[in-house]
Design a protein around this ligand. Sequence first.
Ligand SMILES: O=P(O)(O)OC[C@H]1O[C@H](OP(=O)(O)OP(=O)(O)O)[C@H](O)[C@@H]1O
Length: 442
Amino acid sequence: MESSSGKNSPEISSMENNSKQTFIIGVAGGSASGKTTVCDIITQQLQGQQIIVLSQESFYHGLSEQKLSRVHQYNFDHPDAFNTERLLSCLRSLKCGNEAKIPNYDFKTHKNVSPERKVSPSDVIILEGILVFHDPRIRELMNVKLFVDTDADVRLAHRIYRDTVEKGRDITTVLEQYSKFVKPGYQDFIAPTKKYADIIIPWGRNNQVAIDLIVQHIKTKMGQHDICKFYSNLYVMQSTFQIRGMLTIIRDACTSKHDFVFYADRLIRLVVENGLGHLPFKEKQVNTPTSAVYIGVELRRETICGVSVIRSGESMENALRACCKGIKIGKILIHKDAGEGEQLIYQHLPKDIAERHVLLLDPILATGNSAVQAISLLLEKGVPESNIIFLNLISAPQGIDMVCKRYPRIKIVTAEIELGLNENCHVIPGMGDFGDRYFGTY
Ligand SMILES: O=P(O)(O)OC[C@H]1O[C@H](OP(=O)(O)OP(=O)(O)O)[C@H](O)[C@@H]1O
């Protein structure tokens, strides 16, 4: 059923790229698990970056006189103890490059006191706290999520030491609070958020392997984030355990051809679906079987086409056809010659390609030479630069630089950004020769 608003319905703009923002690291874990130490290590190792450390504890609700009179009955380990709306608004403001005023919570009086802490925007924000992964809106703002996983006995020992020696409390009160609130709070609210972490850090002593892993992961993510900040038309798919799991299998040199094809196909499908999300859709109304009207959108097949770069790009055709039945797909063959550079030796493209949005398919962007050849041919054929979406699985920063500098209006959609290229111009860490592994020709 065609929309009553028909041809004049507005094109709905494609996804927002929200990657030009401050990099946020979330550090969660039980009380006295070592979060502060982890934050200190990250801060030391990310030299050269402006870093702000925020504690969720600054966002405790101040206590009323009534609650103060029974402070030992107050549950500080419950999500409701925090002013999460205020935390969210501060974090959103900082993420977008604006200033924020952080409440000043006084642990002695359990009140918010003046002055509030004025925080300027920075490159990196580290937000630490027992329940920083509890609210999905806060989790969504984080680029990296770390969970400090420390055994319960170690946490209890740290807590007893801190509360008695450093804060002068008596041991009976500390133990009562632990069994009444801290332990159940951990089990009910904190431990269940462990599943949201990108990295779970086994802690308890100075774990150098874990430190290296965290810092390497953060640096990789920050490298990706920086390049995304620089090129607004570069879209890196949101990293999930599913996506990282697939990349782990297809990057593994020991993976069989069968598994390589299976997992590459799954990932390709996600990249294609993601790429389609950047195409303009038109509003369309339909009547549902319950006779209700649903105002939706439609993507018109005749306005798009695919173009695969032979041969690896052909591995992406099936996914595109599965998503867009009957879509036209053209082909380009580029010959690489060390002496003469890239040469275009075959092309077969839809005749009306200039009228279409083009999904350019090639799983690997390395130096960018093949992509530049392919894109320059599409431009010669009259395709507007802004109508080209280049879909790939992995992109090297050098290739991104080359393509985005020359063609600032094309969009690149990729699953992951690589560390770089080796001396043979192979992508690192990469996945080897994609065509050979996919088509079994090695
Ligand atoms: O960015 P570049 O440095 O130009 O490299 C990327 C090209 O290299 C790979 O193809 P390959 O030469 O392995 O050919 P194949 O697809 O036929 O295996 C890949 O599929 C790209 O087409």
